[in-house]
Design a protein around this ligand. Structure first.
Ligand SMILES: *Cc1c(COP(=O)(O)O)cnc(C)c1O
Length: 371
């Protein structure tokens, strides 16, 4: 098989998604399946839909367009505030979008009128992480302006924590979001019937709070990406009980295998990436070079199998020390990935994908090469 490649086990992704969907449903919370790390992969999107996610979410319009092109017609949300220059395309491909700027919502309104469509809007509120969001004191103004725009439907409010500053979702900030939802419903009861439908509490970092025993208030949606694909929560990157953490792995091929000194010789200056490399003389080591590099993956996010120790990576070469001389040139080595490594591997044109699926289709293996 080709290398480097991502081996994607759709059955394990299905298991992860459906377990989270069921656990959260017991607390009245629906799941938006966030597929932005998959570059609009229709097999993964369809797997999430079969597992019961309510809608798909992506931060890039191009990925939603790719899903539409591949025949995925489920409700899809653009979860990053739209670029005004893309308003027409947003209205054409996404059913709704997450917004913080009235200028953008006005552009969406104009485009929706031209397209004779209604576009849904979720207003994002800033609750401390300092990424996107309307300041709470300004929310009513934004709601009033949004409600006044033709061909725009206000679906709900949401917040995003943890991504920029690591702010932890807790009873305090989630209660604040519920209180804001209640105050919007009370202040706009004439125009908003029967009130805000979606109160989207956050991303995979919210799972600990959402699955905990405290009151959920108005929170009825989470947007989950990493936890479904990698099986871990994202505050401490701990595996989630019952979920697979190896649904996706990366395979690379050995192209050189030699016993070499561990310490370079000659005069030492910066390496290819501007670093001054310090090295200790550990005698001679078994050194392997794998045909994969920083163009394909974030090497710091690779989890090596036992007996393999990653030493360095340049654009196209991954240098590893191996404990025994058992492997040969041409052998494949399989790595686990963190989110950063997954993101880059999924978006590299040099990394192919092999989908494994038993439940949904009779073909066991199906090849899919990234465009
Ligand atoms: C990426 C993203 C998510 C999903 O985050 P995960 O940590 O992958 O669950 C949710 N909401 C927004 C706004 C995002 O940008």
């Amino acid at each position: 098989m080709t290398a480097p490649r991502l081996d994607i086990d759709l059955d394990k992704i299905h298991h992860n998604a459906s377990l989270l969907v069921h656990r959260l449903a017991k607390r009245g919370i629906s799941v938006t399946g966030v597929v932005k790390s998959t570059l609009g992969c229709p097999e993964i999107a369809n797997t999430l839909l079969r597992a019961g996610v309510l809608t798909l979410g992506d931060s890039r319009l191009e990925n939603i367009e790719a899903l539409r092109h591949a025949g995925v017609h489920a409700t899809a949300a653009l979860i990053r505030s739209p670029m005004p220059s893309q308003a027409e395309r947003v209205v054409r491909s996404a059913n709704f979008s997450f917004n913080t700027e009235i200028a953008v919502i006005r552009a969406l309104s104009r485009s929706a009128q031209n397209a004779r469509r209604t576009h849904g809007v979720v207003l994002m509120v800033e609750l401390g992480d300092l990424r996107e969001g309307i300041m709470p004191a300004d929310l009513h103004t934004s709601v009033r302006e949004t409600l006044s725009l033709p061909n725009i439907a206000l679906l709900g409010i949401g917040t995003n924590l943890s991504c920029r500053s690591g702010v932890v979702p807790d009873d305090h900030n989630m209660a604040e979001l519920s209180t804001l939802a209640n105050s919007v419903d009370a202040a706009f009861s004439d125009q908003l019937k029967p009130g805000l439908a979606m109160i989207s509490g956050g991303n995979s970092a919210n799972l600990r709070w959402a699955l905990g025993d405290t009151e959920k208030g108005r929170i009825n949606n989470l947007r989950l990406g990493e936890s479904i694909l990698l099986g871990c929560e994202t505050l401490h990157r701990q595996p989630l009980a019952g979920l697979h953490t190896d649904a996706i792995s990366l395979v690379a091929e050995v192209i050189e295998l030699k016993t070499k000194p561990s310490k370079p010789w000659g005069t030492i200056a910066q390496n290819a990436f501007g670093e001054m490399v310090q090295s200790v003389d550990r005698g001679r080591v078994h050194q392997a070079i794998l045909a994969i590099g920083r163009q394909d993956v974030d090497p710091d996010g690779l989890i090596a199998p036992s007996g393999v120790n990653i030493l360095a990576a340049s654009s196209d070469h991954l240098v590893a020390e191996i404990s025994a001389n058992r492997i040969r040139v041409g052998a494949e080595i399989r790595f686990g990935l963190n989110y950063s490594a997954l993101l880059r591997a999924m978006t590299s044109p040099f990394v192919s994908r092999a989908m494994k699926r038993s439940r949904a289709s009779p073909e066991l293996f199906e090849h899919y090469t990234a465009a």
